[in-house]
Design a protein around this ligand. Structure first.
Ligand code: AMP
Ligand code: TRP
Length: 340
């Protein structure tokens, strides 16, 4: 049994290492999120005590629509559950239900150098894109992320490539806290998949992202997916079907590496290099293999839409457990830093 759901002392002593990861409810979950994070999450459920947060406090650091926030949180919960985050195997909760996240963030703020935060790649990128809204929350985002991870004294954090810098920063803060107040937080490791840690957008210009219109949604309608995939960017050297291409620089080939079996990858690679298959043939093959993965996820999501009690129950129960764990950590943290 998962020790987080009613741990006896003995079960606690034999506990697996803790794992935390998060996803923002900032739009449709896309196949970049799946390849970089969610697929990995579902494969680690037996090895770790897993907690996953729908991080709404993070999502409000950029412009967002308050009226549709709850719908997006719900969609994120359903998509993650459909992808394999099942009740009884992990916890899935909404970050703002456990306000200790912000309390620990405040305390960690006092250890966080402003210079380092100002140099974070994601902060610089988001500042560039949101010039009229460079708020303190956006600047402080990595400290809140560190609090998410450290609140559950996590050892592992499965993320895509763009988050490695934030996990390094989390390790720095854990080390600083431990040096100053005595060993308490493990220094967590980022778990980054070998393939799929940075999926490019369909335009081939930027990383696939919820905020750019360059993504394929994980539970999107198959016709829509094909309509997006068909005109998507490939090796620009292949202007005509008879031009040979280079799979190593082609975004579609990267997707084959993530969704197609090895024999298909080989066939596509050779066919592209010799121009014996065209880009549309290659995309059709990719589409068929992607659908083998996405069809069951989409069908489960459709079923979960109608099971609101199951979804709400899972989020509530998870939040209750997280709250208890968070309170334990905070009692110890407050005492160590000299607060009551
Ligand atoms: P976010 O949607 O920004 O909350 O990201 C949730 C998780 O998906 C994080 O672990 C990210 O690193 C990962 N992720 C986001 N975009 C991509 C992408 N284009 N390729 C791979 N992983 C990604
Ligand atoms: N910052 C992460 C992202 O944009 C989301 C996130 C918030 C997260 N808290 C976290 C990821 C803690 C891992 C651990 O993708």
């Amino acid at each position: 049994m998962n020790a987080m759901h009613g741990p006896s002392r003995q079960a606690q002593e034999q506990k697996r290492p803790n794992l935390f990861s998060g996803i923002q409810p900032s739009g449709e979950i896309h196949i970049g999120n799946y390849c970089g994070a969610i697929r990995n999450w579902t494969q680690l459920l037996d090895e770790y005590e897993c907690i996953f947060g729908i991080v709404d406090y993070h999502a409000i650091t950029v412009a967002y629509d308050a009226d549709t926030m709850q719908a997006r949180i719900r969609e994120a919960a359903i998509t993650n559950m459909a992808a394999g985050l099942e009740p009884g195997r992990c916890l899935l909760f909404v970050q703002s239900q456990v306000p200790e996240h912000t309390e620990l963030a405040w305390i960690l703020n006092t250890l966080a150098p402003m210079g380092l935060l100002g140099r974070m790649t994601q902060f610089k990128e988001k500042s560039r894109r949101n010039e009229d809204n460079i708020n303190v929350g956006l600047f402080d985002y990595p400290v809140l992320q560190a609090a998410d991870v450290l609140l559950y004294r996590s050892h592992a954090v499965p993320v895509g490539e763009d988050q490695i810098q934030h996990i390094e920063f989390t390790r720095d803060l854990a080390r600083k806290f431990n040096l100053r107040f005595g060993d308490f937080f493990p220094e967590p490791n980022a778990l980054v998949p070998k393939s799929g840690a940075r999926i490019m957008g369909l335009d081939g210009q930027a990383k696939m992202s919820k905020s750019l219109n360059n993504y394929i949604g994980l539970i999107e309608d198959p016709d829509e997916i094909w309509n997006k995939l068909r005109p998507s960017f490939t090796d620009p050297a292949r202007k005509r079907r008879s031009d040979p291409g280079n799979p190593l620089i082609c975004n579609i080939y990267t997707l084959h590496e993530n969704f197609s079996p090895p024999d298909v990858q080989k066939e596509v690679s050779q066919g592209c290099k010799s121009a014996s298959i065209g880009c549309i043939d290659c995309k059709k093959m990719l589409f068929d293999h992607m659908m083998k993965v996405f069809d069951p996820i989409r069908e489960r999501a459709q079923a979960l839409e109608k099971q609101s009690e199951l979804v709400d129950g899972f989020l509530e129960e998870s939040a209750t457990t997280c709250k208890r764990l968070a309170e334990e950590t905070m009692a110890e943290v407050r005492s160590r830093i000299g607060l009551r």
